[in-house]
Design a protein around this ligand. Sequence first.
Ligand SMILES: Nc1ncnc2c1ncn2[C@@H]1O[C@H](COP(=O)(O)OP(=O)(O)OP(=O)(O)O)[C@@H](O)[C@H]1O
Length: 301
Amino acid sequence: MSRNDIDDATAQPAHNGGQVDDGTLSSAESRPISGGEEPLFDTNVSYRESEETPSVLEVRDLNVHYGDEQALQDVEMAIPRHQVTAMIGPSGCGKSTFLRCLNRMNDLVEAARIEGNVLLEGTNLYGDDVDPVVLRRRIGMVFQHPNPFPKSIYDNVAFGLRVQNEAVTDEIIERALKRAALWDEVKHKLHHSALDLSGGQQQRLCIARAIAVDPDIVLMDEPASALDPVATSKIEDLIEDLAEEYTVVIVTHNMQQAARISDKTAVFLTGGELVEFDDTNEIFENPAHQRVEDYITGKFG
Ligand SMILES: Nc1ncnc2c1ncn2[C@@H]1O[C@H](COP(=O)(O)OP(=O)(O)OP(=O)(O)O)[C@@H](O)[C@H]1O
């Protein structure tokens, strides 16, 4: 399966109606990610949370192979809640692989073998009882190329709710479009085709579609790399705003972008090794590793 196939597969929030949570739970914290009645709690792993930056996702000893090739090596990371965490590193170092592990998108890649734990508030995403479809409702994804459906703007935003048999109201659609900073540009043409929007507008629509189901975490794989500088700047502003309500994890090739918008930065280097993970200021001003300094100063990569 090619990367584009994966993008297409998940662009259609491939949720099926019968396996989602019932909407009666009162808070994001109490929402299960298993398909059954009870949330799955993996008691083999403890959940660490610091008071300063409570983490929402804990990655433990994550290794990924595609056939014989190792794409991630022993990765450990605690991703803080309501912050922007950026993944940077040279091409092929495993950034997208890592991102896809955070909502089990790599399940769709036949050659991928994943070992380790990823804990969402203590629950192992790779536990047997976890339903990836339910999980992806809590951890949404936005891709490099805007991929709206050939439907109206309104129906694009409503899509995830409808497939989960949840109520769609004008208020929900308006709120998602406002959160995605698109409302003012489209409020007079909600029933026009999404394909008539500009690339930057389409990407903000995809963000509106991702957040309409009220996820906890939004994963973004180079969301601005196909856009012009003005559209990129709008997406960057939006990402910073989104972090007030959501946890954002973004892969970017653009180090300036990571420096501008992220709170934490993870530097992956060749072979899928996470070499350094720290506050973004530290990474860019005072990296602990010479290899990281060489990378961010352009000596390689
Ligand atoms: N579906 C796949 N099948 C086989 N190998 C893959 C697959 N996806 C990624 N890889 C390999 O895994 C390694 C990491 O790829 P990945 O796409 O995660 O890196 P990346 O850092 O995101 O790269 P880029 O910045 O170029 O997008 C690469 O060597 C790549 O060739």
